[in-house]
Design a protein around this ligand. Sequence first.
Ligand code: NAD
Length: 327
Amino acid sequence: MRMNASTRRAVVTGAAGFIGSHLAERLVADGWQVTGVDCFTDYYPRQDKEANLASLVHEPRFDLVERDLAHDGWQQAFAGASAVFHLAAQAGVRGSFGSSFAQYARDNLVATQRVFETAADAEVPRVVWASSSSVYGDAETHPCVEATTPTRPRSPYGVTKRACEDLAHIYRSRGLAITGLRYFTVYGPRQRPDMAIRKICEALGSGATFPQLGDGFQSRDFTFVTDAVDATLRAGTVDDPAPVYNIGGGDEATLARVISTLEGLAGTRLTLDRRPAQRGDVRRTSADVGLARRTLGWTPVVSLPDGLAAELAWVRGRTPTAGVVVA
Ligand SMILES: NC(=O)c1ccc[n+]([C@@H]2O[C@H](COP(=O)([O-])OP(=O)(O)OC[C@H]3O[C@@H](n4cnc5c(N)ncnc54)[C@H](O)[C@@H]3O)[C@@H](O)[C@H]2O)c1
């Protein structure tokens, strides 16, 4: 049975991040009471994350708990929640090698186990959490299908998401209604500064050189952020969702095509610094979203050119933040 919108309260972890802030806005717009949990990790500037929350901070149906999920002090927020949307994580494939893996293990594995445990204890009726297309690694067949494509991550980041899927399976068998979403390269306004489309948009604006990693013919199934949010909300509200879903925008494109589309929109050429592909990068991602279509009633609606235009307009309209931008 669908819950009544007027009585619903959601917790969104990672609410100050790229996807989490869009999700929190959508939930509030749909009538939910929303508690965000975020500790403003320093992966990218706090100022950017505060800007992500700008439209929510004065909203009476939104409150923020600034806490680290790997520590205590946030668990009370789960009491009485109709749904928990767990998006907090240390994202990014390339940075997950080397000594920074400790951060991934902490923010992804340790934090996620605590979120699942707390949700189970609080008897939260629905948990939706962010997995990743990275669990597939370099799939041998395309598009990837949840039930039949093996998960063979190629990065330590992908390993943490794969392990979280195993954790989710354990808590699901303990009775927690939990659904993981394998997001495929999400883009749009507020995209993280380490992601390629954001960097290309910024380079087109500033005239800076864009470091192209790989030959440009690697492809991704790009997903516009409002489409990803719509799928997430549906997973939080439909009856009996599947344990895991592919969430891909349906318009697989090479990096070269993304660059030429953005060049056309910007009316200027990008200066490339061609570099080898990086460890952890996969050649191709593509999602079979038949399961999401059938059981969530979800269809991505934003085309790649429209989505790229929206991100470019956002980048042009924002004031650049001084601070660390992760390579
Ligand atoms: N953006 C994508 O293309 C993409 C693709 C696949 C999966 N995902 C997953 O979706 C989720 C959201 O990604 P995003 O791109 O919005 O990332 P993001 O970095 O913008 O947002 C993540 C947020 O989580 C917070 N956070 C991290 N560790 C925390 C902790 N221990 N306690 C509290 N808060 C913590 C960060 O401060 C940040 O605000 C992540 O789980 C990511 O792995 C994203």
